[in-house]
Design a protein around this ligand. Structure first.
Ligand SMILES: Cc1cc2nc3c(=O)[nH]c(=O)nc-3n(C[C@H](O)[C@H](O)[C@H](O)COP(=O)(O)O)c2cc1C
Length: 334
């Protein structure tokens, strides 16, 4: 990460005039890869972000963090701000709908020293949208603009937004919304090319990412259904986007960010599962998270022969000690 003093500059592919390995630029931040870990509530906590950075993610985005939780200093919210120097650059994602509370929340986020703040304008979950936050903000660009202007004025780090195509297929407004956000001073725009109405089903519309790219001069990050670097490169070629955000494809598969992908060797896969467990034990209250940990570990056990049996074994583990021992001795009795 090097300060370059530029604002909102787009991808510079490797070229003769640019011998560095910079692949994506957002404001003054430069990244050596265009592939970014998407925010995933319940998943993109510090342990998983560290693993994804280790395998080459340009940067990672935290789970969405409530502006109200921040201003009320709720313990569960503040715990989500755990970070360490090795994971930088990192982006913390904020959600909410009240401009003043969002600006206060952004200021608190900034005090925890992330490199960027991302504003959630795409979450379709009812709990979020019924309060006017997440994807609901795309139906109220005036309010969204007010939020963005206040936040950009309040913090000194780059602010990005993550949006969808629009509310539904008859009200696609991503390109106009992105232009509005650019005028408010945001530094980058991620587009999950599905509508709010689609949730997570149906196919993505890469044309919307291309429309957004044409409508702004900011870096645009495409998102949706990318399951390999190859998929991501295809998205960049088809849409002109500057980077690609990967969400579900990274779960149990942090290698998605490296060129060689998922290892063939089962022992190497299990070693990463062990490392993930070690990081969870280091940074999260692991004793209280047995179900969550089993779910995470099972994600590593797929796509190899006998993996269904292994997943069943993991789910039957009565406690963390047995699970740790099982992973620790994996392979020695096979
Ligand atoms: C379990 C889960 C949690 C998510 N949490 C967030 C979130 O906190 N903030 C956000 O902007 N998007 C969130 N998303 C959306 C993802 O960031 C991403 O846009 C979406 O999954 C499409 O990308 P993918 O196909 O690569 O997963 C979530 C998605 C899933 C499946």
């Amino acid at each position: 990460m090097h300060p370059a003093g530029q604002n909102g500059v787009s991808r510079s592919a490797r070229s003769a005039s640019s011998p560095s390995s910079v692949m994506l630029k957002i404001a003054h931040l430069t990244f050596e890869s265009p592939f970014v870990l998407a925010p995933l509530a319940g998943y993109t906590n510090l342990p998983f972000r560290l693993l994804c950075r280790k395998y080459g993610a340009a940067y990672c985005v935290s789970e969405m963090i409530s502006c109200h939780g921040l201003v009320h200093r709720e313990q569960n919210t503040l715990k989500m701000l755990a970070s360490v120097a090795e994971e930088r650059p990192v982006s913390f994602q904020l959600f909410g709908a009240d401009p003043e509370v969002m600006a206060d929340g952004a200021e608190i986020l900034e005090s925890y020293r992330p490199d960027m703040i991302d504003i959630n304008m795409g979450c379709p979950v009812k709990k979020v949208t019924k309060r006017g936050a997440g994807a609901a903000l795309m139906t109220d660009p005036r309010l969204a603009g007010k939020i963005l202007k206040k936040i950009v004025a309040r913090v000194s780090i780059p602010v990005s937004i993550k949006i969808r195509s629009g509310k539904d297929s008859s009200s696609i407004n991503a390109a106009a919304f992105a232009k509005m956000a650019e005028d408010c001073g945001v530094a980058a725009i991620t587009v999950h090319a599905r509508t709010w109405a689609q949730g997570f089903s149906g196919s993505i519309a890469p044309g919307i990412i291309a429309d957004v790219k044409r409508s702004v001069s900011l870096p645009v990050i495409g998102n949706g259904d990318v399951l390999s670097l190859e998929d991501g490169r295809r998205m960049m070629a088809a849409t002109g986007c500057d980077g690609v955000m990967i969400g579900r494809g990274a779960l149990g598969n942090p290698w998605i960010f490296r060129q060689s992908g998922r290892p063939e060797d089962v022992l190497e896969i299990v070693a990463a599962a062990r490392e993930h467990l070690r990081l969870i034990e280091e940074f999260l209250p692991a004793e209280r998270l047995l179900g969550y940990i089993k779910n995470q570990m099972c994600r590593y056990f797929r796509e190899f022969s006998g993996s269904a049996v292994e997943r069943k074994k993991i789910f039957s583990m009565p406690n963390l000690d047995e699970l740790r021992d099982y992973l620790g001795s994996y392979g020695s009795e096979q």
